[in-house]
Design a protein around this ligand. Structure first.
Ligand SMILES: [Zn+2]
Length: 343
């Protein structure tokens, strides 16, 4: 996704957590820094995101048909995938309602082969694990927002402790990987989903136009406004995507699962969506250069599909970011002691 969309998704995720009212301290920490931390939401896409290589740190999960001998492992049962995705995410409803991908499509194995260091789910998982440590070592204003006591903190130099601004910046950086998983072209190994031209770029440009200029880097950096106002500005974009966050609830990652598994499932659903938009019957996986231009596959003639996907993908991008943040925050908060039978 492009810079304005990434910035908007992350700021909108704060607004969603604000509306949910369950993790007030997390919102208290992020909201005042939203404007300055926004750059974090697109840092991973910037040239020299990895110092020394001078290249963008590529982070992808491009799935293709798999013909190895572990076919069962890489076959996703539609029902089970939708159940894991959960009804709160719009992707599951969208896939359940879809009739274009038949059982023979779902019955096949698909797998991504990202090069070392580029695995999208690994990037997100690594970042979220680092966040936990940053939160453990927070300066007093960060520490105050989390329950429990970190006994060894007195041995950690003030200067070495995590400032609020750093926490916010890293939360925004984490949002980047999660939002990318909701972009179907990021999860489709066909040439037609490549980044530099065609469907991928055009679809993202379509979203940027809807997000509008308020979230462009210059505008957001120069805007003199309160954290509350920026959150409102993010909520105002909902109409362009016809978004409805329902009861504003933000689930956390279920017991026994982690952000890595969630990311894999979301990427798998994204790949299915890419295969609905550009059906493999017309755009085979093994055809190298076949293009699926945005104004063909998501043209005005396909308006209902385009609008559905605007709603589904943007809703889930925001929700997934809020879910991941909330899960990190909760993991950093010690659980209340369970009452024993005698007390
Ligand atoms: Zn990216």
């Amino acid at each position: 996704m492009k810079q304005p969309t990434h910035a908007w998704i992350a700021v909108r995720a704060i607004a969603l957590l604000d509306d949910e009212k369950a993790e007030k301290n997390l919102v208290k920490l992020l909201r005042p820094h939203a404007r300055k931390a926004a750059i974090g939401a697109w840092i991973p896409d910037l040239g020299a995101a990895k110092r020394g290589t001078g290249k963008i740190q590529n982070h992808i999960f491009k799935i293709m048909p798999y013909h190895g001998d572990e076919a069962r492992r890489f076959t996703a049962d539609k029902d089970k995938l939708c159940r894991r995705i959960g009804s709160r995410r719009r992707m599951s409803g969208f896939l359940r309602d879809d009739t274009t991908l038949k059982s023979n499509w779902w019955g096949k194995a698909y797998k991504a082969n990202p090069a070392p260091g580029k695995h999208l789910a690994n990037c997100a998982m690594a970042m979220s694990t680092a966040m936990l440590d940053l939160l453990l070592l927070g300066e007093s204003s960060v520490d105050r927002l989390l329950p429990g006591v970190v006994r060894y903190i007195k041995y950690v130099d003030q200067e070495a402790r995590t400032r609020e601004e750093q926490v916010a910046l890293h939360f925004f950086m984490l949002s980047h990987f999660i939002a990318d998983a909701c972009m179907p072209c990021h999860c489709d190994g066909r040439k037609l989903a490549g980044f530099d031209k065609g469907l991928h770029k055009e679809w993202e440009a379509h979203w940027s136009r809807k997000v509008g200029r308020n979230f462009k880097k210059k505008q957001i950096r120069q805007a003199r406004m309160s954290g509350e106002r920026i959150l409102d500005q993010a909520r105002e974009v909902d109409a362009a995507f016809e978004l409805d966050f329902g009861d504003n609830s933000v689930p956390t990652i279920k017991k026994g699962r982690d952000l890595w598994l969630e990311m894999i499932d979301v990427c798998r659903a994204s790949f299915a969506i890419a295969s609905i938009v550009a059906p493999p019957g017309r755009y085979p996986y093994d055809r190298r250069n076949r293009k699926a231009p945005f104004d063909v596959v998501l043209s005005d003639e396909n308006l209902p599909l385009r609008r559905d996907l605007d709603r589904v993908l943007m809703h889930d991008a925001v929700l997934n970011v809020a879910m991941a943040w909330k899960s990190v925050w909760k993991a950093a908060s010690p659980r209340k002691k369970a009452k024993t039978a005698s007390s």
